[in-house]
Design a protein around this ligand. Structure first.
Ligand code: ADP
Length: 463
């Protein structure tokens, strides 16, 4: 048991190709051994049985004949004994009366070579004799004829059959060895061929780092499992590359956005150092600008942290039953902007995070106010199973080719516009955060926009 466990453990540590090869080798070997044993045992049984039958029939014929006669005469020996059986008749003193094969060794001599352990399937009524080269079944049948007892000896050789079995066993054994050798050899070659692409996968996987993320496996389109693995591996690399590129761009964009307020703060700090103590006007201007830049930085950092949490999927949304109507009302009030018009419907309750939902609506409303001069309408329509919120402006609009990009991080249609009219930072993060909140609340966003005419964001909120 211990040895088997140790062997299995060692086998597991081997390469996959060797594991398959060894396992199949062992299974094939055991199967061949079982077939060999079966063939030999079956053959042995068949030959023993045949010999027994030959003696049995002969014994029957002799017994019947003896019952019919009073004395042995020459006509008795015309009896039709099975041709494979040697038939001898002796009297009480051992004198030979009849011998169907006088050239064969005398019976007494044969009886000195009784086989000690006959096979379990051989019939115990018969004696099994075994010399170095020959095998026999033997039966002594004493029968009384008149006043005298005669011994009828039956001998049946199974030497040739045994030889045949032995040769067959050797032939099968050699064929087994050749078969096993061939199986292991072809297994090895096939194993190497099959596992070659896997090695390529391993090699590429080992070589890949951020610097070599563009590297891919060559795909041969063979349609097999390894081919499938290679395709999945390349797709995984595509996703990883995309994610790395996005991350790189995100870091670059974030640093770029943070640089502006930092430069402003430094500039005003330098100015304060030089003239601030004496010039009250400069002092006031510098303090106001530093404060504004610090606020912008805070907005940026807060949003960046939020996006980092979104990426890591660590933001915990505290979802409670909330009324969308109420949330919209509070959000609109927080803007305190007379351009905002709110047309509300009945109460519509969903389970959501009130603070994040306010942030989501605020992002759309804020943009509508920034990118238009006219009235901005916010409408809430309750359709029972879903509520629809429409935020429409009559502003600059968005060109169709930019519509699918506005939700990307740091995307601004007008790249030069980094600040809003009231000097608030415009970093292109608002809509990407709004989209993330919407996705986490099952909210569907649709945009309809015409350049120069205005934009409508339609948010469908399910119950
Ligand atoms: P930003 O902070 O620049 O407003 P957003 O992510 O909120 O960033 O919006 C991305 C871009 O989408 C904006 O820079 C603007 O070009 C465009 N955009 C968003 N809403 C509107 C709108 N209502 N009208 C016109 N353009 C808009």
């Amino acid at each position: 048991m211990l040895v088997t466990n140790a062997l299995i453990k060692r086998l597991r540590q081997k390469k996959l190709s060797s594991q398959i090869n060894i396992t199949y080798g062992v299974i094939l070997f055991l199967t061949l051994i079982i077939i060999n044993i079966g063939t030999t045992a079956g053959g042995d049984y068949l030959f023993f049985h045949q010999a027994e039958r030959a003696i049995e029939i002969s014994v029957k014929k002799v017994t019947e004949r003896v019952n019919e006669i009073q004395a042995i005469d020459d006509s008795f020996f015309e009896i039709d004994i099975m041709p494979s059986v040697i038939f001898r008749v002796t009297d009480e003193r051992g004198e030979i009366y009849f011998d169907s094969n006088p050239y064969f060794a005398p019976t007494e001599k044969m009886l000195q070579i009784v086989r000690k352990n006959p096979p379990f399937w051989s019939n115990s009524e018969y004696i099994l004799l075994e010399t170095e080269r020959s095998f026999f079944y033997y039966k002594d049948l004493p029968l009384k004829i008149g006043e005298h007892t005669f011994h009828f000896h039956f001998l049946r050789t199974i030497t040739f059959e045994k030889k045949y079995i032995r040769n067959l066993l050797w032939a099968i054994f050699i064929a087994d060895l050749i078969g096993l050798g061939l199986a292991v050899m072809t297994g090895n070659i096939l194993g190497k061929k099959v596992l070659k692409p896997l090695k390529q996968v391993t090699k590429t996987a080992r070589e890949i780092s951020i610097g070599t993320i563009k590297q891919r496996l060559t795909i041969e389109n063979s349609g097999d499992e390894v081919n499938e693995l290679s395709i999945s591996f390349n797709t995984m690399l595509d996703r990883l590359e995309q994610s790395f590129t996005q991350q790189k761009r995100f870091i670059a964009d974030a640093s770029h956005e943070l640089r502006t307020p930092i430069t402003v703060i430094r500039g005003y700090a330098d100015m304060l150092e030089r003239y601030g103590a004496d010039d009250k006007e400069i002092l006031e201007e510098a303090t106001a600008e530093i404060k504004k830049s610090a606020q912008n930085m805070q907005y940026l950092v807060e949003n960046l942290l939020l996006l980092a949490r979104a990426d890591a999927d660590t933001q915990n949304f505290i979802k409670t039953p909330v009324d969308i109507n109420e949330i919209l009302k509070v959000t609109i009030e927080s803007f305190a902007n007379p351009r905002l018009e709110f047309a509300n419907d009945k109460i519509f309750e969903i389970k959501g995070d009130a603070e994040f939902l306010k942030k989501m609506f605020a992002a759309f409303i804020d943009n509508a106010l920034i990118y238009s001069q006219d009235k901005v309408s916010v409408k809430l329509k309750n359709f029972g199973s879903a509520a629809v919120v429409e935020i429409s402006d009559k502003g600059i609009g968005i060109a169709p080719e930019n519509l699918d990009k506005i939700f990307d991080r740091f995307y601004r249609v007008d790249k030069a516009r980094t600040k809003t009219e009231d000097d608030k930072i415009s970093a292109g993060l608002g809509l990407s955060i709004a989209k993330w909140i919407a996705d986490n609340h099952g909210v569907k966003i649709e945009v309809a926009s015409t350049l120069g005419k205005g934009t409508t964001f339609k948010l469908t909120i399910p119950h």
